[in-house]
Design a protein around this ligand. Structure first.
Ligand code: FES
Length: 117
C-alpha cells in the first residue's frame, strides 16, 4: 500500500511512461519545480542548472495545467519543436513553473530520459 500524499502544497512527480510515482516534493512559496526538486534531492536532467537555457528539465503537466500562467517566450523558444509533438501542449520547463497561489498540487510527468538517477 502506498503512503498517503501529504497535506501540504506539493508537486507529485510520476513516471510519464509507466505512471508510477517517483516522488512527492514539497512546494515552498515562490519556488520553481526545479528548485524544489533540488532541495528535496530529486534530480531532474539539466545542464544550465535552472536558467531556462538547456531544455532538459522539461516536465509534462498532467494535473493543474489550467492553473498555470501561459509559457513565457523564452520557455517557448527553449522547448522549441517538442511542443509540436504529441502531448507537447502539456510540456513546461520545471525551472520556469511554480505552484500558483491557492493551488494545492501539480501532477507532473517526467520522462525517464529527463531524470537523473
Ligand atoms: S534546467 Fe535547463 S532549462 Fe530548466
Amino acid at each position: 500500500m502506498e503512503a498517503p500524499l501529504p497535506d501540504i502544497p506539493h508537486y507529485l512527480l510520476i513516471d510519464a511512461t509507466t505512471g508510477e510515482r517517483i516522488a512527492w516534493v514539497p512546494a515552498p512559496p515562490r519556488t520553481t519545480v526545479y528548485e524544489a526538486c533540488v532541495r528535496s534531492g530529486v534530480r531532474l536532467a539539466t545542464r544550465c542548472r535552472g536558467s531556462a537555457v538547456c531544455g532538459l528539465c522539461r516536465v509534462e503537466v498532467l494535473e493543474g495545467a489550467e492553473e498555470l500562467p501561459p509559457r513565457q517566450p523564452d520557455e517557448e523558444v527553449v522547448l522549441g519543436d517538442v511542443l509540436d509533438q504529441e502531448g507537447g501542449e502539456r510540456l513546461r520547463l520545471a525551472c520556469r513553473i511554480e505552484l500558483p497561489n491557492g493551488v494545492h498540487r501539480l501532477v507532473l510527468g517526467v520522462r525517464p530520459e529527463d531524470r537523473v538517477r
